[in-house]
Design a protein around this ligand. Structure first.
Ligand code: ADP
Ligand code: MG
Length: 246
């Protein structure tokens, strides 16, 4: 075994995998650029840290379970004029996440709510935040399952690990009393602690019927909108326009 292989193996043992995997090119880079000892030490540390960051972001992308990747760069603000690029860009400093504020996108089908939600989620992950995408229906189902197993608290605690929880398509279908109660538990636990991004086709005034009971709808809505940025999206469906133009 060459000394190079031996040293690479030692780095591996120390869990410095990025250095272990690129020791030779890193040495060459140091030689070519006549780096000082300190610069070389820094090069190794930077390389390892950068790779770990990249890995973490990659894993967070997978854990986010986006249905389809959507990017802000692909969003056509000429078509969707009820929200401006400037408004969306203003969100990308992610102070809303640091301040545990919520985002709500309200509007009819096809106007780009989910696209915006996913692409903002992807940007947040790139900035180091943890994001989980769920359909409202899927989330309510999984809360219900956890509740039946007596594990609702655990389930909620798992969800609280994410900085941002995207709840897509809230209000498309009504939910039962237990579902509503479980959701209330979650939203109560997240209040001023974690951020929600909700997409919905229903205006808040109509949430009473969706939540089955105004007595629960009011405190839920109250907690969601207390610290939130609300965007009312309108316009014609992007899907429909594509279809009509093709
Ligand atoms: P909603 O969630 O409001 O029902 P979606 O975000 O799912 O709508 O949009 C429907 C489809 O149209 C998606 O494939 C989405 O990527 C695309 N789309 C919607 N609005 C735009 C837009 N302004 N620019 C580019 N694509 C868009
Ligand atoms: Mg949608």
């Amino acid at each position: 075994m060459s000394t190079l292989e031996h040293v690479a193996g030692q780095y591996k043992t120390l869990c410095f995998n990025a250095i272990a995997n690129s020791l030779e090119p890193l040495l060459k880079q140091a030689q070519d650029n006549e780096l000082s000892y300190l610069q070389f030490a820094q090069l190794l540390a930077d390389h390892e840290l950068r790779q770990r960051d990249r890995k973490r972001i990659e894993n967070n992308r997978k854990r986010a379970s986006f249905p389809v990747p959507k990017f802000l760069e692909e969003f056509d603000f000429q078509h969707q004029t009820t929200i401006t690029k400037r408004q969306v860009n203003a969100l990308l400093d992610f102070s809303f996440l640091d301040q545990r504020e919520n985002l709500v996108f309200i509007g009819p089908p096809g106007v780009g709510k989910t696209h915006l939600a996913v692409s903002i989620g992807i940007k947040a992950i790139d900035r180091g935040y943890k994001v989980l995408f769920t359909s409202a229906l899927g989330l309510i189902e999984s809360l219900e399952l956890a509740e039946l197993k007596g594990e609702l608290k655990n389930k909620i605690n798992t969800l609280l690990k994410f900085d941002l929880l995207i709840l897509d398509e809230l209000g498309y279908l009504p939910m039962n009393k237990q579902g509503m109660y479980n959701l209330f538990q979650l939203i109560h636990a997240m209040y001023e602690y974690r951020s929600l991004l909700i997409t919905t086709n229903k205006d808040f005034t109509a949430w009473g019927e969706f939540f089955f009971d105004d007595n629960v709808a009011v405190p839920i809505v109250d907690r969601i909108i207390h610290h939130s940025h609300i965007f009312m999206l309108g316009g014609e469906s992007y899907r429909l326009r594509k279809k009509l133009n093709s």
